[in-house]
Design a protein around this ligand. Structure first.
Ligand code: PCA
Length: 213
């Protein structure tokens, strides 16, 4: 089995992006599963172009895209991506789309086909704070997740794909008051644990993990 795992370049004034730092730190073979690592630019459209090209070259069975969610305290496994770009800040190429559809011929939203409940369950068993998230935002991460799932649907691919947000690293949080963070080792272990959960669970498990608000 081959898993493509992507991170992003730093953005929004940060010097590092915890997603790619942790991906870099991962083993490249996890219980016989080959891990392909790729850094994508935090740029609308360009990130998707490179993702599609990498999928075509590598032909992975699973694609896990990872991004930074500064302010979140645990690893959040995203359930859904929506068909809108609404950027609060410009991307790394200076583009700032506001209320634009990502694909005119795409659904309003796509759900991930990763086993998100099983992933969160295994993370918690490893004592790693985590939750199912019902919004990946409206910036480049949602854009990438939406574009990945659009590609899988339109091309009828036998690929499981989805998105995971990770908190700031401690060095990013020191000058931000009351800002949660997670160490590089814990995020790395979390990513490796999610790989194991995906391999072990072809289908998701039924487990409470929703939210009231
Ligand atoms: N996080 C941003 C984009 C890149 C990243 O790592 C987001 O959540 O949209």
């Amino acid at each position: 089995m081959k898993i493509l795992i992507t991170g992003f370049t730093p953005f929004g004034g940060e010097k590092i992006n915890p997603a790619f730092e942790a991906i870099n730190n991962m083993r490249s073979n996890i219980n016989g599963v080959e891990i392909i690592k790729k850094e994508l630019p935090t740029v609308f459209r360009k990130s998707l172009g490179i993702l599609y090209h990498t999928i075509e070259c590598e032909e992975p069975d699973v694609v896990i895209c990872v991004g930074q969610a500064g302010g979140r305290s645990g690893i959040s496994v995203e359930r859904v991506a929506i068909n809108v770009d609404d950027a609060r800040i410009p991307d790394n190429d200076g583009k700032q789309p506001i209320d634009e559809r990502i694909y005119n011929d795409g659904e309003n939203a796509y759900f991930t086909n990763l086993p998100i409940k099983a992933m969160v369950k295994k993370l918690k068993q490893e004592n790693i704070p985590s939750e199912v998230s019902n919004t990946a935002g409206t910036y480049v991460c949602n854009h990438l997740m939406y574009g990945l799932l659009y590609y899988i649907h339109k091309n009828n691919c036998d690929i499981r794909g989805g998105f995971v947000h990770v908190p700031f690293l401690p060095e990013q949080a020191i000058n931000k008051r009351n800002m949660p963070s997670m160490s590089l080792d814990v995020i790395t272990k979390g990513l490796e644990t999610m790989v194991e959960a995906i391999v072990e669970n072809k289908k998701d498990i039924k487990e409470a993990g929703g939210k009231i608000f």
